[in-house]
Design a protein around this ligand. Structure first.
Ligand code: PAF
Length: 286
């Protein structure tokens, strides 16, 4: 696996690959990689001739400078994991490569209707930053397929909207959530959980399963209210437990009117904010 830090050197390598009409799968990441990320790499390796991953802690998607500074960084460890899983190129640029002062990297597409619920209100400007960096990375790598995880449901939905809206020539592939044996969704944040909070966190998965079991018999309000109570009684502090349409992210009031219905949640386990989701009806349809 080659590790490249400059846009021009990555593009030089990739242009030879494109000349040979080989396909490229791309996984954008912010590092601190775990098995969840590796499932994306493995899927890309299966479906493409060449797999490229990026590790870039994107400053424009952080609301607080402190969060950005504290974000875990261990490129050597990430590189080892990527290599082991068959990645061909690791792109690990400095911010000046992604955001050179003479380049306008703003993306002109309105995503407000997809950001007014769930993660959006608590993280103003976050998704605009994600869109900016993902678009820039797609422009640099020009992949055939882009791999993202279902765990960030709102994120991949917004990226799919941008791909369609801007007619970007890339196919989004969404890979299922990878869970620990007890159901906790894998996340770079899990290592920060205290023993006590690690023990109670699988309640998130159990609550999502409960919501799925009851989606056709209970009202949405009942499910949302009971789910919040279940999470809080277990010792978490729920930020939201919201049932939305799987494509538009609009709040669902009547399940029958929607093809895909998804429950999305964010809850604090002590100092650690965990997110998770589950498709309650239908399938992810991108
Ligand atoms: O999900 C992430 O890790 C980031 O939001 C992404 C997609 C790599 C953009 O920085």
């Amino acid at each position: 696996m080659r590790i490249l830090k400059r846009v021009t050197s990555l593009q030089r390598h990739l242009s030879t690959i494109k000349e040979e009409s080989l396909t490229i799968g791309f996984i954008p990441t912010m590092g601190a990689l775990h098995e969840g990320h590796m499932s994306l790499v493995q899927q890309s390796v299966k479906e493409n001739d060449i797999t490229v991953a990026s590790v870039f802690v994107n400053p424009t998607q952080f609301n607080q400078k402190d969060d950005l500074d504290k974000y875990p960084r261990d490129l050597a460890k990430d590189a080892k994991l990527l290599k082991k899983n068959g990645c061909d190129y690791l792109f690990a640029p400095l911010p000046s490569q992604i955001y050179p002062p003479d380049l306008n990297t703003n993306v002109y597409i309105d995503i407000v209707h997809l950001t007014d619920l769930m993660e959006g209100p608590n993280r103003p400007g976050h998704f605009e930053g994600v869109v900016q960096v993902v678009k820039r990375l797609i422009d640099i790598v020009e992949p055939d397929k882009l791999y993202m995880g279902q765990k960030d449901f709102q994120q991949f939905t917004i990226i799919q909207y941008v791909i369609k809206g801007l007619e970007l020539d890339v196919q989004l592939r969404v890979c299922p959530i990878i869970r620990e044996d007890d159901g906790l969704a894998m996340s770079s944040r899990n290592v920060r959980l205290t023993e006590k909070h690690r023990e109670i966190s699988p309640i998130i998965y159990k609550t999502l399963l409960w919501a799925k079991d009851n989606i056709l018999t209970e009202s949405i309000t009942t499910i949302e209210t009971k789910a919040v109570a279940m999470l809080n009684e277990a010792g978490l502090k729920t930020e939201y437990f919201t049932i939305v349409d799987g494509r538009t992210l609009d709040k669902v009031t009547n399940v029958e009117q929607h093809q895909t219905v998804v429950a999305c949640t964010a809850a604090w386990a002590g100092e650690v904010r965990l997110i998770d989701n589950m498709v309650l009806k239908g399938e992810i349809n991108i």
